[in-house]
Design a protein around this ligand. Structure first.
Ligand code: HEM
Length: 526
């Protein structure tokens, strides 16, 4: 595909090409010199932005004009430098080298990366009625192979819209979510008992994430089944442990399996087999719980007892949806509710332990709202701005999905002055955007107060931990409530300190962003 000259005049085309070349040279020079100079970076951004504004340039560039690393260099980074787990860092390096829009190929998969908030907004505003994350997906391949239906994470088009509209009523409306308050608080009580039980004589809990995995699973199970499954018992049931490990393996193998088209799965048979076996266990585990719950309801009905409930499995099973669709949706919701909660809880306490003064201010806010009570509810949370800012800041620093994706299927779109053909995979580099010094001052430091100022200094699409729009996270409200209730209770009962002063933990990409090492913390009773 050649340059598209909007005026269509061949003479002008040559001039525009020269302007393009000069602009590109200028941008490259600026890029090289701007690393240490924010003002120059701003000028460069301005130049990019000006190019993106409608009418600013008559020439729309194509994928051929787009910069990016060679196939060999990407392969070297991924294979020889453990790049898969450093993908979020590679995005940041690429921004410095190529600017906010670049292309790269991972095996046969070519994707355009977008790392500037204004350009991320341009993509998301053109995503259409039924936004799609990715057309090619090993998650979808597995479901096709086994004859499972798609759940909300993997479904597309009308199929996705039907379930999204049904679940939105139960999971996104603030009043409906408040109904989970009591159940979630009872799980937080079990979490507190678990923390108490796992502390050593110095009060140290080793590997807090493992406790928070159980907390996440127990929380999402209660929302889905309205019953407890014992993950926070003193001894975690073996099948629960296996389920949690299966999810971890699926996330680990997702990027590799994504880079290989389905007809080439035999290329890495061991990886593909392990991936499928883990999915089999995940589906089996979820089906076991769903069947058990629905059987209990059926027995109640047989005894002439009244059956009611607002839990998600019951709600979905009463709709017209085929049972296979109910199974796959509940399975995907279970999966989505565990690592997300676990990582956010771990990072929140990690940062709070490293910022004792801020931790004290946050505790003071919680205690002031609770007025002598120990347990917060949804109404109390509304009066805790510092707590909300804490979670926002944690998710800015450690966005669960460091690079999300979109495929615009309906039309070619223009982003940052480039014409991106429809069906191109577009990677939205959220980690890079939310750590960009041109967007957030001192971007690597934990500063919840930046979310409290009335005059927002950053672009609204600079940090989008739950996504935005029609395809954004459906579990957002439940997740936030769960996090707020747990964090506020921990702060009331404990002073949280690092177990080892000066020990830092970096994030790593495992499809989602997780702590690279074990986080251990000291919980001192107050
Ligand atoms: C801190 C916690 C969480 C974070 C940061 C998070 C983040 C996200 C993000 C970034 C997306 C993709 C949005 C997009 O493509 O635009 C997403 C989708 C999704 N999340 Fe979450 N999530 C969290 C917790 C949860 C929980 C607890 C559940 C289950 C109750 C859940 C269920 C889902 C589902 C089903 C989708 C797919 C929605 C769709 O495609 O329509 N998430 N989440």
């Amino acid at each position: 595909m050649g340059d598209r000259n909007v005026s269509g005049c061949p003479g002008e085309r040559g001039i525009h090409r020269s302007i393009l070349v000069v602009r590109r040279m200028l941008q490259q020079a600026l890029r090289a010199s701007s690393r240490g100079f924010p003002l120059l970076r701003w000028v460069e951004r301005w130049a990019e932005g000006a190019a993106a504004r409608p009418g600013a340039s008559q020439v729309v560039k194509t994928l051929n004009d787009m910069p990016g690393p060679s196939f060999a260099s990407v392969t070297w980074d991924l294979c020889a430098r453990q790049g898969l787990s450093r993908l979020h860092e590679l995005h940041m390096k690429a921004v410095k080298r190529y600017g906010p829009v670049w292309k790269a190929s991972y095996g046969p998969l070519m994707t355009v990366h977008v790392a500037d908030p204004a350009l991320i907004e341009q993509v998301l505003r053109q995503e259409g009625h039924h936004p799609m994350r990715s057309e090619l997906s090993s998650w979808k391949d597995y479901r096709k192979l086994r004859g499972h239906h798609y759940g909300l994470l993997t479904a597309e088009g009308e199929e996705w819209q039907t379930v999204r509209s049904l679940l939105g009523k139960l999971m996104l409306r603030p009043k409906a979510v408040e109904a989970y308050n009591e159940t979630l608080n009872s799980i937080v009580s079990d979490l507190m008992a678990k923390i108490h039980h796992c502390r050593n004589p110095q009060g140290v809990v080793t590997d807090i994430a493992s406790i928070f995995y159980s907390f996440g699973l127990e929380g999402i199970s209660s929302v889905l089944f309205e019953s407890r499954i014992g993950c926070l018992n003193k001894v975690v049931p073996e099948e629960t442990q296996h389920f949690i490990e299966s999810i971890r393996t699926v996330f680990e193998k997702t990027i590799v399996t994504m880079a290989i088209p389905s007809f080439l799965h035999w290329l890495l048979p061991k990886t593909w087999r392990a991936f499928c076996q883990r999915w089999d266990y995940i589906f089996e585990f979820a089906k076991g719980h769903i069947d058990q719950r629905l059987r209990a309801e059926a027995e109640k009905v047989a005894r002439g007892e009244k059956v009611e409930g607002h839990y998600v499995t019951y709600f979905l099973s009463k709709t017209e949806l085929p049972m296979k669709t109910v199974y796959s949706n509940i399975t995907e919701l279970l999966l989505a509710g565990i690592d997300t909660i676990s990582s956010t809880m771990s990072w929140s306490l990690y940062e709070l332990s490293r910022h004792p003064e801020f931790q004290a201010s946050l505790r003071a806010e919680v205690l002031a709202v609770l007025e002598g009570r120990k347990i917060a509810n949804a109404e109390d949370i509304a009066r805790m701005p510092l707590l909300k800012a804490t979670v926002k800041e944690v998710l800015r620093l450690y966005p669960i999905i460091p690079g999300n994706a979109r495929v615009i299927t309906e039309k070619d779109i223009e982003v940052g002055g480039y014409l991106i053909p429809k069906k191109t995979l577009i990677t939205l580099c959220h980690f890079a955007a939310s750590r960009d010094p041109a967007v957030f001052k001192d971007p690597d430091s934990f500063q919840p107060a930046r979310w409290l100022t009335k005059k927002k200094s950053h672009h609204p699409y600079a940090s989008l931990p739950f996504g935005v729009g029609k395809r954004s996270c459906i579990g957002r409200r439940i997740a936030e409530l769960e996090l707020y209730l747990a964090l506020s209770r921990i702060l009331v009962e404990y002073d949280v300190k690092p177990s080892l002063e000066g020990n830092t933990v970096k994030p790593m990409t495992r499809t989602i962003l997780v702590p690279e090492n074990v986080i251990s913390l000291q919980f001192i009773e107050r």
